[in-house]
Design a protein around this ligand. Structure first.
Ligand SMILES: C[S@@+](CC[C@H](N)C(=O)[O-])C[C@H]1O[C@@H](n2cnc3c(N)ncnc32)[C@H](O)[C@@H]1O
Length: 173
């Protein structure tokens, strides 16, 4: 998904292992924007920019202009879990929906999106919504994720242009 020279947004980036991976993969010609409530703990790099923010209240104006046309949006956003499956699913869904909204602001046509979500009753509807925005959507369960965990990743490949939300404020910025 990520190539040398790409611009990448990493939502829910603390403590920063994905940031480090992205920074090395995109190299000096690329750039990575990390957003989280908590600052990354990994060493700084010239191609890494951190925006401290609650993703649920982020607006397009807060995104730096260079990151308003990115190749890839990653979201590993996760709520603090309660152990109540329904509640954890709802909170994860809220974060995943906001990640998708953010992606529709900033992804280039043809760009890619990866989002973590805890499965539950509204999972299929979210997946269908994703399928209207991307040419292909796949479900991934990495080996590192515990088999009993309800966490999975949806990958949207090939962002469809007409789903990009034109934001006048963003265009003026
Ligand atoms: C599983 S961790 C991400 C790990 C990261 N991908 C890495 O490689 O180190 C999930 C992150 O989501 C962040 N998060 C949860 N809710 C958030 C919100 N509303 N706004 C911003 N970040 C949030 C948490 O602070 C946490 O750092």
């Amino acid at each position: 998904m990520i190539r040398e020279g790409d611009l990448v947004a990493d939502l829910g980036c603390h403590p920063g292992s994905w940031l480090q991976f992205c920074s090395r993969t995109v190299g000096p010609r690329g750039r990575v924007l990390g957003i989280d409530l908590k600052a990354p703990t990994v060493p700084r790099a010239d191609n890494l920019v951190f925006l401290p923010a609650d993703i649920l209240t982020v607006t397009p104006e807060q995104i730096p202009p260079w990151a308003r046309q990115v190749d890839v949006v990653l979201s590993d956003l996760a709520p603090n879990t309660t152990g109540v499956k329904w509640l954890d699913h709802q909170r994860s869904l809220e974060l995943a929906r906001k990640a998708l909204e953010t992606a529709t602001w900033i992804l280039k046509p043809g760009g890619h999106f990866l989002v973590k979500i805890f499965q539950g009753e509204e999972f299929d509807r979210f997946r269908r919504d994703l399928e209207t925005c991307f040419r292909r959507v796949t479900l991934e369960k990495p080996r590192s994720s515990r088999s009993e965990s309800r966490e999975v990743y949806l990958v949207g490949l090939g962002f469809i242009d007409k789903n990009r939300i034109p934001d006048e404020r963003q265009q003026r910025g």
